[in-house]
Structures are given as structure tokens and as C-alpha cells.
Design a binder for this molecule. Structure first.
Ligand code: ARG
Length: 575
């Protein structure tokens, strides 16, 4: 469905075109929502500029525009001041729009003109290394963005750019070959402990370092024993990551750095052939305009180290090449912490320079995010920072939410309490993350995220439960009401709620533009508040308008639950 603003723009454009015989494509309606937009007031500013062009009185121009408008959709159209036109939408028009929205599978959102292939790369933890909260943030934000694009009918590919290749494997394999491993597979904790010891040895023991480096060479050369070690290490990490994705209900396709390994040498060659490579201290580098280090010296992207090895930068160049030419992506989105902004700006600049990335064809975005802080205001750290502890972070939220279930639903079955704990606990973590403007840091607090008041998951889930309660209390079977009635808003609180409901589609559209999930959380929070105001002011059960109001509740419930779903949250039937 079109947004109300674009409906108005179209109405006014047609009126201007027909009143002044101007080709429709040359008319740009200039409409702004008024301060009390909540009550359906909009202003059109076209008469003033037209007056100048046509050398006529602006008020009479405004009158001619008004005369050419079909008044059916408005309760009032008035000239104001020097020649503004003020519109007030009629409640009848709004009611019709809302009824249509109620039966629309997309709940009023508009499908894009052309289906685009959107790659959302997110999560991307590193094998055998520490998984940190930043990876959880990336997972939550990336999943939300992918869900929104999917809902809007885009062709989405979710990619997990796992750090599964590189020098760290050499030292880890060298360490394991010393015989630390017992028969059978090590656990993820053991693996991480080995990684830490191996790193220490690598930094301190020159002999060990050499062995580690040799291992990298044999791994990259395809040595079968080294590959078997590598595969085992990856499999263990993969299982630990999967446990977290399952808990978070996140689907993602693994396409780690190793996937691009066979492409690296040809990537480097192409840069060399196009004359874009500079040898600096034996390393092959690409210099890009405008990138400098702290000392003001030119900062290169290194594509081959002096020892012949490739690195993170080379892999990202291969990845963007693959995404543009093989995957044929229209949009590529990278979700990582803001600390990697410079890296991605350089990768994009290099891809433009060599002619792969044409901004008119492919849009590449780095979606950066801030830090998670602990209650001490410092960067949040789990006690030892490893994967197991991150799982604990999520399960702790569940167990605190279980406490809420025991308090509020003491008679509920154990199964219901556990389900509640999962939905509310994980939902609270996700919502706390998504509701902060992603570029800002936020403080992690179970107490805050599980509050019933304020902009929290619990507040929204509770609003949803309230609507379900109202529907149930009236005892009216909703299918029958849907068949026999239409939405009819009259009271100012109904109109305010209705106008906000109608804005669901444009909110999602904004999320796809600036990739800010908090636009959706803000929208839903306001929706819950407007619903509460409506429910305070307008009786549903037993009122003359029960049917119409139930339908408004129904639309509200559908949008709330769809919106929560797009954030990656589930709902509970009572709380
Ligand atoms: N594995 C990296 C890290 O943990 C993140 C990867 C981001 N994606 C990329 N294409 N470089 O920091």
C-alpha cells in the first residue's frame, strides 16, 4: 500500500497538473505533515512557488488547486496564511485505509519495484578464538536487517564470514602436534585454552614460532594431516557457534574466509596487471586516495605480505569480487563493530578503483555498531571471554525471566514457564541491543532490559498480551467480526492510533535505507503507547463500537507481532 504522504502527493500533483495544464511529471507536490500530524493534518506549500512562476495571486492559485481535488478523502481543506493549503484527512478515509491494511498480507508495506539480491554478512566469529559480545551484537543486528529485507520480498543471502583461515591455525596445529590432544575430540574450552597457550608459545619461543609458520605453509599447501587437524578445529567451533544461533533463533550460511582462499592469487594478479600495486618493504600494497594513518602518512591496503602470504584485506577483496560478480548482489551489507569502519571504507574504495564496484549498480554498506559496556562503564567482558561464557550470558537472561514467570504465573506449568523464560529472556537481550541507535555504546543490564516500563521487550510483549486479553474478554469470534465489520475510527485516540498503524510500511522502508533497527523499535514502542492511550479512552467490550474497535485491536496485534518477529522476537500468550 502507498503511504499516506505519497497518496497526498499524488492527489495534489494531479490537481496541479489538471488545474494549470502542466505535464504531471513536471509537478512535484510539496507536502509536509503538520505538528499535530497525529490527527491527520498536512500542509501543501505549492501555491506559493507556483504563484511566482505564473505571476498570480497565491491564494487564488491555492483555490484552483483545491477545486481540482476530490474532497472525499478529507474532512477539511482550507487555505491558510499567504497561500498554504491545509488538509485534514477524513476519519472515513483513514478507516478505509486501515481496513485494507488489515487484510493485506504485508500489513501495508509496499513491495519494492524490483526484487534485489541483498547480501547481509553478519556474526562472523573466529574459529578457536574468543567469541565476544561484539559477535552477538552483529548476529542480532544482522539477523534483524535480513528479516526486514526478507519480509519486503528481497532475495536475501545471509552469510557468516567466519575467521577460519590464517596464521593462527599454524600455531594451533603445531601445538596440538606436540601431543596435547588425548584420544577423541577436544571440547571447545580445551581448544580455546590451547589457543591461548599456543599464542603464548608463539610469541615467546622462536623455535615454536618457526614450526607454526611451517604448519601454515603445509596447511595452505593442502597437506592432508594439517587439513584433518584444521577440519576438526573448525567442526568443534562450528558446534559451539551453532548452539548460540539456535538459542537466538538465527539462520545463517557459513561462508568463511577459507572459501575465498583459491581466489586470492588471481585477485592479487588483477591488481598488479591494472598497475594498482605498489611494493613496499617487500609487501604488495594498494594505495588509495584519502586514506592516511595517524602520522598523516598514506595508509595502504596490503594484499600480499613479503613472505608471500595473503591476509584479511586480500580475503575481503576476493569476497567483494565474488559477491558482485558471482552472487550478482545489488546490495552488500557488512555488520561489524565500528572499529572496522576504516577497513571496509578501504575495501570499498579499492573495489571501486579497480572497477568492480559501481555505486550505480551495487550498493555496499558497512553497518557499524558501538560497544557493549558493563555496569562499570568499561567494555563488557565475560569472566574469561570465551564462547561458553557467552552462552551463559544468554541463559542467565532466561533464568532471570524464569523468575518473572514464577512471580506472575505461579500456577503455570513448568513447560509454559520455560517457554516464557526463553521468549522473554532472549527477547529482552535482543531488544535492548536493537533499540539503541547502533552507533552508540550501551550498558548491559538484566535489570533494565527486563523492566515492565519504558522502551523494553517486556513492555511490548505485555502490550501484545493485553490486546489478546481484550479480544478474549469480548468473547466475539474474530473471524466473524472480520467478515461482518470494518474499522471505523472516530475518537482522537483511535485516529492517532490508526495513523500510526498506517505508518508501519514506511518505517520498514526507512530501516532498509539507513539500516537502523532502532527505527522499528521506536515505532513499536510508540505503537504500544498509542494503543494504551486508545484503550484508556475508548471502551471496547460491550460498547456500541465493539466490532469496529476489535478490528482496530486486531490490526494492532498483527503489526505488533509482525514487528516483533522482524526484530527476531517471539510473543507469549500471557504474562
Ligand atoms: N571475523 C572478523 C572479526 O571477528 C569479522 C569479519 C567481518 N567481515 C569481513 N568481511 N571482514 O573481527
Amino acid at each position: 500500500m502507498k503511504t499516506i504522504l505519497s497518496f497526498l502527493e499524488q492527489t495534489v500533483s494531479y490537481a496541479i497538473a489538471s488545474a494549470f495544464s502542466i505535464p504531471i511529471l513536471e509537478v512535484h507536490a510539496d507536502i509536509t505533515p503538520c505538528a499535530q500530524e497525529n490527527f491527520g493534518h498536512y500542509q501543501c506549500n505549492n501555491a506559493l512557488s507556483l504563484a511566482k512562476a505564473l505571476q498570480q495571486n497565491p491564494r487564488s492559485i491555492a483555490q484552483k488547486i483545491i477545486d481540482a481535488i476530490d474532497p472525499a478523502s478529507f474532512s477539511q481543506i482550507q487555505i491558510a496564511g499567504p497561500g498554504f493549503i491545509n488538509f485534514t484527512l477524513s476519519p472515513h478515509f483513514l478507516s478505509e485505509e486501515l481496513t485494507q491494511q488489515l487484510f493485506d498480507p504485508l500489513l501495508g508495506a509496499e513491495l519494492p519495484v524490483k526484487t534485489e539480491r541483498v547480501i547481509v554478512e553478519f556474526s562472523s566469529p573466529n574459529v578457536a578464538k574468543e567469541l565476544h559480545v561484539g559477535h552477538i551484537r552483529s548476529t542480532i543486528i544482522g539477523d534483524c536487517l535480513a528479516r526486514v529485507f526478507e519480509f519486503l520480498g528481497q532475495d536475501v543471502i545471509r552469510l557468516n564470514h567466519i575467521g577460519d583461515w590464517g596464521t593462527q591455525f599454524g600455531m594451533l596445529i603445531a601445538f596440538m602436534k606436540e601431543g596435547v590432544s588425548k584420544p577423541g575430540e577436544p571440547s571447545i574450552e580445551e581448544l580455546m585454552a590451547w589457543y591461548r597457550s599456543a599464542k603464548k608459545r608463539f610469541d615467546e619461543d622462536a623455535d615454536f614460532k618457526k614450526r607454526g609458520q611451517r604448519e601454515v605453509v603445509s596447511l595452505q599447501g593442502g597437506d592432508l594431516t594439517s587439513l584433518a587437524f584444521w577440519e576438526m578445529i573448525c567442526a568443534i567451533s562450528r558446534r559451539a557457534f551453532q548452539e548460540i544461533y539456535d538459542l537466538l533463533d538465527v539462520k545463517i550460511t557459513e561462508r568463511g574466509e577459507s572459501f575465498y582462499n583459491p581466489m586470492l592469487s588471481s585477485i592479487e594478479k588483477e591488481f598488479a596487471e591494472k598497475g594498482l600495486e605498489v611494493i613496499s618493504n617487500g609487501a604488495k600494497c594498494i594505495y588509495l586516495e584519502g586514506f592516511k594513518n595517524r602520522e598523516g602518512e598514506p595508509l595502504p591496503l596490503m594484499i600480499q605480505k613479503s613472505d608471500g602470504g595473503y591476509n584479511y584485506d586480500t580475503t575481503d577483496l576476493a569476497a567483494i569480487h565474488h559477491r558482485i560478480f558471482t552472487e550478482k548482489a545489488d546490495r552488500i551489507i557488512y555488520v561489524t563493530d565500528l572499529g572496522q569502519s576504516l577497513h571496509f571504507q578501504m575495501v570499498f574504495a579499492a573495489a571501486k578503483k579497480i572497477g568492480w564496484l559501481d555505486p550505480n549498480k551495487t550498493q555496499a554498506d558497512h553497518v557499524g555498531f558501538g560497544l557493549v559496556l558493563g555496569s562499570d562503564g568499561k567494555k563488557f567482558k565475560t569472566r574469561s571471554g570465551d564462547t561458553e561464557k557467552l552462552i551463559d550470558l544468554l541463559t542467565e537472561a532466561e533464568s532471570q525471566a524464569y523468575g518473572i514467570a514464577e512471580e506472575r504465573l505461579p500456577e503455570a506449568s513448568e513447560e509454559e514457564k520455560r517457554h516464557f523464560a526463553h521468549v522473554v529472556g532472549i527477547g529482552a537481550i535482543k531488544y535492548a541491543d536493537l533499540s539503541t541507535h547502533r552507533t552508540k555504546d550501551y550498558t548491559f543490564s538484566y535489570e533494565k532490559m527486563l523492566r515492565f516500563e519504558g522502551n523494553t521487550a517486556v513492555f511490548l510483549l505485555y502490550a501484545y498480551v493485553r490486546i489478546l486479553g481484550i479480544k478474549k474478554k469480548t468473547g466475539a469470534p474474530i473471524e466473524a467480526v472480520l467478515r461482518d465489520k470494518k474499522i471505523a475510527v472516530r475518537h482522537p485516540s483511535e485516529i492517532a492510533l490508526g495513523l500510526h498503524l498506517r505508518r508501519f510500511g514506511e518505517t520498514l522502508h526507512f530501516v532498509t535505507k539507513d539500516l537502523l533497527p532502532n527505527r522499528l523499535t521506536d515505532y513499536l514502542y510508540e505503537l504500544a503507547e498509542k494503543f494504551n492511550a486508545f484503550f484508556r479512552d475508548c471502551r471496547v467490550e460491550g460498547s456500541l463500537e465493539q466490532g469496529e474497535r476489535l478490528l482496530l485491536c486486531e490490526l494492532c496485534a498483527r503489526i505488533l507481532s509482525q514487528g516483533l518477529h522482524l526484530l527476531g522476537l517471539h510473543t507469549v500468550p500471557r504474562m
